[in-house]
Structures are given as C-alpha cells and as structure tokens.
Design a protein around this ligand. Structure first.
Ligand SMILES: [Fe+2]
Ligand SMILES: [Fe+2]
Length: 155
C-alpha cells in the first residue's frame, strides 16, 4: 500500500500530488485489460484453452483491482477531493460503492462458462470490462478536473 500525504493549501486549492499514484495505477491496468479484450473480440476455435486463459487473466485483474481500490480509497481521490471539490462528492460516493460490485463481477463473470456458448461468455466479459473501464475513466476525469479546479468551489 502506498503512503499518502494529505497537504491542503489554504489559498491555492488542494495538493493532489498523491492522486498521481492513482492515475499511474489506472494506466498500469491497460495492458491486461487490452489483452482480455483482444481475447473476447476475436474468438478462437477451441474453447478450453481460451476459457482457462480468460480465467487466469480475469483473476489477475480482480487481484490487481482489489489492491488498487483499497489503496485509492485512502488516497486524496476519496479523502481530499470530496472535501475540497464538493461538487464531486456524490459521484465519488457512487464510485466507491461500485468497488465491491466490480470485484464480484470479475470473480463471477465466467461462472457456468463451460456450458455456455463462447459468444455469450465473451459478451459477458466485454460488458464487465466496459464497467471497469468506465469506472476508472470517471475517476481519472475527476482527478484531472480537480487539478485545475481552484479550491474546488464554483460558488
Ligand atoms: Fe475506483
Ligand atoms: Fe481507480
């Protein structure tokens, strides 16, 4: 877990430097996410190795995201930004609430996959990965907006 410092300047808005760790983590998931997507947009002939490979990669992603969510919940994204930029607070509350749901989806998306058509399994995986990408993109957008948000108050 990364140690985060919470430094808030009174006259120039929040110091969001610790959010850089969160941004870096978001970027770091891209290769694995792209590898998973590649496997569900172009389906091979044989199901067994395909399913085993997807199982391994989705499990890796669930593990990485589990650690990431725990880390970012202590980062300025979920500590300083809701206080300094209250117009983001409601959205951040929703995003935080999505963490357990996303992990659960990643862990269960392949359940029963052995008995299903590959296209059905692939569709499920695509929808789950789309949720993960949308979640992380929303957080990244909030962080980047907050960097330019003077003190976070529009009033
Ligand atoms: Fe998150
Ligand atoms: Fe995140």
């Amino acid at each position: 877990m990364t140690a985060h410092t919470r430094t808030v300047s009174q006259d120039s808005g929040p110091d969001l430097s610790c959010c850089e760790d969160t941004l870096e983590q978001h970027r770091s998931f891209n290769p694995l996410i792209e590898a998973i997507l590649l496997r569900v947009v172009r389906l091979p002939d044989e199901k067994d190795p395909w399913l085993a490979d997807l199982t391994k990669r989705l499990s890796q992603l669930a593990e990485l995201l589990g650690a990431h969510f725990a880390d970012e919940e202590l980062s300025c994204l979920f500590t300083d930004i809701p206080l300094q930029c209250p117009h983001h607070a409601e959205k951040l509350e929703r995003l935080k609430g999505e963490h357990p749901m996303l992990i659960e989806r990643l862990k269960t998306v392949l359940d029963g996959g052995e008995a299903l058509d590959m296209a059905v399994v692939a569709g499920r995986v695509q929808r789950t990965i789309a949720q993960v990408r949308r979640h992380e993109a929303e957080e990244t957008e909030i962080i980047l907006e907050s960097f330019w948000d003077e003190g976070g108050s529009s009033e």
